[in-house]
Every structure is written in structure tokens, then in C-alpha cells.
Design a protein around this ligand. Sequence first.
Ligand code: EPZ
Length: 430
Amino acid sequence: MKSIGLDTSGKMIVKGPQKAKGTLTVSGAKNAVLPIMGASLLTDDDIDLRNVPDLADVRTMIEILESAGKVIERFDDQLIIKSSGNINSEIPYEPVRKMRASFNVYGPLTLRNGYAKVALPGGCSIGARPVDFHLEGLKKLGIESTIEHGFVTSKLNNPNSFINISLPFPSVGATEHVLTTACLLEGVKTTITNCAIEPEVTDLVNFLNKMGAKITGGGTSILKIEGVKKLSGVKYTIIPDRIEAGTYIILGKLVGEKLTIKNVSAEHLNSLFSVFDNIGSPVDYDEKKREVKVAETLLNPLNSISMETAPFPGFPTDLQPQITTFLSLVPGRSTITETVFKSRFYHIDELNRMGAKIRVEDNTAIIEGVNKLSGAPVEATDLRAAAALLIAGLVAEGETIISNVDHIFRGYENIHEKLEQVGIELIYEK
Ligand code: EPZ
């Protein structure tokens, strides 16, 4: 497999239908490791991270931390982040263009140098993604921002001693950004309400507390932070990736044959498990082994369902395209209402090219189940759409060519090798 670039131009050729047989192991969570790597800017001590997935987005965050003055060593799934002795507070446009999550270094860099200049994240194919909640929250922490020529520049003012921040929506990124920044405001007591409670946010809280932060309320929608003078280096292991796990469970429900998915945290996927309960195909989870045994289920009588995405513990928007592929083959009419990224439906036209019958009204996809899909040339617009089209290609009859497929390397570690391991044949061409 060629090394990961970040132009998304590669294509994947999938001949279907195929069967997946054997064992897949879930890697560390992309959406946990990225904010945790960003938080390393809060200390000059060494940070030793384990279970770090090898993903394009992780490489972009490495690029950003190195441009900020960090020295990074990588050994398999271990990442050691060291200080070079100085912190550069100006982050160029290129890495932020590639990955929005990089914007979250803005607050920590401001604390380290009293100012920061970071490119404003641009548009995104899954819908509008402004950072107004981030900037509003940071402003309450005393960080003034000016937007000019596509960059945000900050100035650190003396914060109040008691700060209350109520987020208009439980935004994952805004919660992580404000919480990380508030940790190092010595003696300042910050309360953030209506926080996101995604497992990745809780992983960040646990990491920061291990560095010596004083955060209470982890896992709840109210976080209380007492700022400290200094944070120390730690060794920390990243949680498994629930979105990768969910993607493979959905894949297994369509093309699995004695497929085992290891390193799955059921407590992070209850919403997916209950969707499959409603569909009439419960997920077989082994608590002790933390693994799922899954097999193709389409031959069983299945129920069409109505569901919606929502912030955790609701059904994750990052599994919406994949479950849409599944429901396109369930008899009857199903609906999916997307409440997080209201226009996250770019995969629909591509699935319809493969014979699905789906239409979108406002932020709801209305799916008339069909009994088969057929292979076709399709285009991936983002990471999760790429995964949904790959799954569709594996169950469809004939050849599917997915162009712009490199998006998939942003969030699925070694996906080609992992699928090959369970007997799936894919051809990747750059
Ligand atoms: C995180 O994005 C994830 N990314 C996304 O995963 C995920 O889809 C999303 O959370 C929701 O679960 C990472 O963790 C790196 P939000 P984030 O702020 O933080 C609006 C993937 O595939 N909003 O929770 O950007 C926003 O437009 C990626 O792995 C504002 O209006 O999501 C959206 O409608 C894709 N203003 C909603 O809130 C703001 O300042 C939720 O966004 C911030 C957000």
C-alpha cells in the first residue's frame, strides 16, 4: 500500500459480493488522540501516548505540533512528544486546511505565549462547521480574537476569577478547546455547562487530570475546572475507536461470516446496539472478551426503522452514512434524521447510483429498502462517506470503483490490510 498522502485522489476497486471471515482488531480513537496531542502544548514535559493509530490526521497533528516547536518520536503505536524549549504560536494555513481539529491548538498556544495566530478552518463537505462557540468560550476565558485575512489572532487578557460558560450546543470541539485552555488559568474557577459528553471528551478530561489538572464532572454535561500553574508529563493510553468499531459491525452485518471484531467498548456503542435491536438483528457482544461476533443478517426478517443522529449518548453522526448503506437493503421504509450536521447526505446520490432508493427531505433521509445493490463508479466526499461506499461495494453485485477514496485513510488505520486479513479483496490505485 502506497504511503498516505493527503490529496484524496486515490481510487479503490471493489468486486462484490464478498464475505469477511476471521478477526479484526479496532485501533485507538482518532477523535480522542487528536485533542490529547493538542493538549500536550500545555507542558514542556514529555508526553508518552500509547495505542495511537497511524492515520493521516494524526500525521497532520504531528506536523502542527512540530511547527509549534515540539519534537516527536514514533514507535509503532507509541508517540512521545517532547519540548524543543520554545513554543511558536503561529500555525500556517496548510495543516488547518487539511484538518479542522487542528484549530484547537489556538487556546493552548495563547496561554503559552500570550498570543497565537492560527488559520481559521474553512468549509467542510459534511456541512457548516463554524468555530463561533470556540471563540465565544475563549473570550470568556479572557482570550480576545481578531479575524483577518483568514487567520485568527489572539490576545490574552487577565481573566475573571470565576467564569461561567454555557455552550449553545454540546459541541465536541468547543468543549475540548475551552476545557483544555481553562486548565492552565492558574487559580481561575471555570464552569462549562451543556458540554459534549462523547467518550473522546472524557478521555481528554482523564488525560488532563493525569497531567495534574483539576477537572470535575468528567462524563457529565457540567465540567468544573480549577486552573493550575503547571501541568506535568504523563504516560497515557488512548481509548479504542468506537466509530471504527461501529463501521466494522455494520460491515459485518452485511458481509460477515464468522467475523470477530476485537477491542470494542460496548458502553460507547449502546446507541448502535439498540438500533440493531430495533431492526431485529441484535449485536452479539462478549463483555469479558470485549469483542463482537457478527455475521451477515440480510436473510433474516428485518424491521425498517425511524432513527436520528444526536450528540452522545445518541446515535453518532459519524456512523450515519454507514447505517444508511445498511438500511438501504432492509425491506420497507426507514428514515434517518440528521440533527448534528444537517446536510450530511453527500453519500446518498452515490448510493442511489448503486441502485438504492433514497431521497432527502430537509435533514431526513427517506429510504425505500431494495433487495440488492449493483456495483458502479462512485465518489467519496468525506471520511465516513468513503466507508459507507466501501461497505456498499462489498455487498453489491459487480464492480464498484470509489474515487477520491483517500479520505478513508484519515480515520481507518491500515483498512486495506485489516480487510485483507479477513479475506476481503480490494484494489487500491493512486
Ligand atoms: C467532532 O467534530 C468530530 N471530530 C466529528 O467527527 C464529529 O462528527 C463531531 O464531533 C460530532 O460528533 C473530531 O472529534 C476531530 P461539533 P466537531 O463541534 O468538534 C456546530 C469524523 O468523521 N458548531 O460537535 O467539529 C457544528 O456546525 C469527524 O471523525 C457551531 O455551530 O463537531 C455542528 O453542526 C467528522 N459552532 C455541531 O455544532 C461551533 O463553534 C456539532 O459540531 C462549533 C460547532
